[in-house]
Every structure is written in C-alpha cells, then in structure tokens.
Design a protein around this ligand. Sequence first.
Ligand SMILES: Cc1cc2nc3c(=O)[nH]c(=O)nc-3n(C[C@H](O)[C@H](O)[C@H](O)COP(=O)(O)OP(=O)(O)OC[C@H]3O[C@@H](n4cnc5c(N)ncnc54)[C@H](O)[C@@H]3O)c2cc1C
Length: 382
Amino acid sequence: MVSEYRSPWMDDELEMFRDAAKRFIESEIVPNDARWREQHHVDRDIWNKAGEVGLLCTDIPAEYGGVGGDARHEAVVAEEMGCHGISSFGHVVHSILAHYVLNYGTEERKCNWLPRMASGELVGAIAMTEPGAGSDLQAVRARAVREGDQYVLNGTKTFISNGLHAGLVGVVVKTDPTKGAKGISIIMVETKDLPGYRVGRVLDKIGQNGWDTAEMFFDDCRVPADCLLGPAEGQGFVQLMRDLPYERALLALGGVAAMEYALAITTEYARSRKLFGQALLEMQNTRFKLAEVKTQVHVARVFIDDCIRQLKDGTLDTVTASMAKLWITEAQCRVMDECLQLFGGYGYTTEYPISLLYVDARVQRIYGGASEVMKEIVARSL
Ligand SMILES: Cc1cc2nc3c(=O)[nH]c(=O)nc-3n(C[C@H](O)[C@H](O)[C@H](O)COP(=O)(O)OP(=O)(O)OC[C@H]3O[C@@H](n4cnc5c(N)ncnc54)[C@H](O)[C@@H]3O)c2cc1C
C-alpha cells in the first residue's frame, strides 16, 4: 500500500473479516476473472461459495440468515473487490436488493427470501431501467395489474446487473399509470420456472465485462400479491429514493478502492520502468502527477469514510451520498486516465490491469444515477 492511513471505522474484528474476504477473493475470484470477462458472466457457483464463507448479505440481521454485521462489513467486501481490480461480482446490487426486502417486505417473505440470498441460492437484481426510461424513472412502462391474489406483470427491462443469474428481481413497475411517481411500485419476482419470464442478451460492454448486464422480458408473469413491496401500491418511488444513498455510497467506495489500487500499481511501475537513463518515477512530471493523484485519492478516502460512518449510524442523507458519488466517480475517471498515461503503450494492453481499471471506471459516472442527476440533487439543496 502507498499509504499507512487506516479508516476510522475499522476495528480488529473487521480486520479479521477483511482477511477472510481477501483470502476468498484471491483464491476464488482473481484466478477466474479473466475467463469471466471473456464469457461475460461469473460462474453461477461463485455465489454459493461466497455465501458459504459469509460474504453475502453481511449487513442483514442474523435472524434472517444474514451475517448480522453492519454497513462497514459491506464496505470491507466492496473495498477488497475494488483493490483487487474486480468488477465481475455483483454483490453490491445483491445487497441493495436484500435491503429492499428487509425494509419493505412482509415478514413471511423476509424469512423466505433473505436466508436464500445470504446462502447464494438466490441471486438478486434490481430492474428499473427500460429502453425508454433510464434517468427519468417516471417514464417506466412496465405494468403490474392486480388480479385477485396475484399481480400480472408485463414489460421490458435492460441493463440489468446480475441479470443472467438473477433468481429474485425487484421490478419497478407502474401499478397506476395515471399517477406519475405515485403510481410506481416495486414487485419482487422469483424467476425460476416462471412462465413468461425470459432473459435476453447479455450486453457486450467496453468494461466490467465479467459482470452480467442483461435484458429481461416479462410477458404476463403472475406473482403472488404479497410480492409487492408495500404495504400499499404506489410506494416504489419513495422506497427507491430512501435506499439510494446506500447504493451510491457503496459505488463511490468501490471507486475509492479502485483508485487506491491504481495508485499503488502505477507507483510500482514508475519505479521499475527505466527511460532516458533514469526511473520514470524520478521524472518531475511523474512525481507531480502521482502527487496529484495521491492527493485526490486521499480526499476521496476521507470523504467516503465519513459516508460509511454515517451509513452505519443511519444518518447518510441523499445529498451527501450524491456528492460522494459525483465527486468520487469523476475523480476515478481522471485518476485512471493519468495513471494509464504513465504506463505508456503497455497501459493500452489488457495484460496490464490499469487498462481494465480505466474501462471499468467509465460507467461509474453513468449508472446508479448519472453525474448530471447527482448535480441536480445537490443543486436542489442549495
Ligand atoms: C453496466 C451497467 C449496469 C447497469 N445496471 C443497472 C441495474 O442493475 N438496474 C437498472 O435498473 N439499471 C442499470 N443500469 C442502467 C443505468 O442506471 C442507466 O444507464 C442510467 O440510469 C442512465 O440511463 P440511460 O442509459 O437511459 O441514459 P439517459 O437517461 O438517456 O441519460 C443520458 C444522459 O443524459 C444526461 N442526463 C440525464 N439526466 C439528466 C438531467 N437531469 N440533467 C442533465 N442531463 C441529464 C446524462 O449525461 C446521461 O448520461 C446499468 C447501466 C450500465 C451501463
């Protein structure tokens, strides 16, 4: 590591948890990552393996089968993935869905779904985006109609992370198209053997290619009425807004970990690369560039540590989480660009991890709310 800094929210118990996460990532994920990027998805059994060693649903209470930790445990897993350059494993989205179930599901559903999510039997996904509705969520056209004790779902979703393997999907639908945001609901869909449910293409992206991002089709899919995240219809928009700080903080944290990794490997490379009779690191431009990078990474780290503390205490608000997502993901893209430059032509080959960090970073400014949407949210608080 380039810095001796330790996050104020870390403690000895979390250090042990970090060691376990690190061992798992180094033995089960890193050796497979290149193959996963080629095939555009992880192997399905990695979910069960991660569940077995307690890396899924780490902040879900033990009474529902979770690890019984808090936001810091999720942060440790996200950091360890980030500092190993891993973008293939969609544990963050999985955890976000688990939180929707925990916060808004019926007691019976919580007892059924959460232990299966914690074990990796069910992989979670969140299906908001549609071909005609991304940033503008109110434009979703997927529809759920109540018929007796069931909902009937129709619609098309795209860009869904964990889409290929998803066993449980939180689908954002209109339950009343006349009511705008108040007509939006989230309905949980168990996909196994569900008539009318189909996964479409797994998308070919410029980065994060080990992570299955897929299209989903719902054609007269019938689910029990208690799969509505309630208690009543029309709560979906508010539920999404309430849970977004969690998602945005974890996305930003992944960005910080990736920047720390980039700084470490770039410094090491610059130290060993010789040109014009000296090490690349001895050139003033390199030292100044890396000094700038290190400063940005440290600022990002201190900001995100404060967010993690607030997340743990339940006080992280939408504006602060949006500022973190905005600033850190923009910094991430700048940092990856500066670091790649120092690798020269080698940085442009996939043999050097900096190239993957560079392409993986770009989407961070788009998904989870584009930077422009973050600015709107922050600006509204002025
Ligand atoms: C790899 C990947 C994974 C994803 N995973 C998921 C997932 O798991 N579930 C899911 O539901 N979705 C997912 N998405 C979709 C993602 O959330 C959307 O792509 C994102 O919300 C932007 O929507 P859009 O692509 O339709 O772009 P649009 O909404 O068409 O926006 C295009 C651009 O317009 C600009 N813009 C948008 N809003 C404003 C504004 N208010 N003011 C000014 N400018 C604005 C921004 O520059 C934006 O990038 C994923 C996307 C990718 C690429």
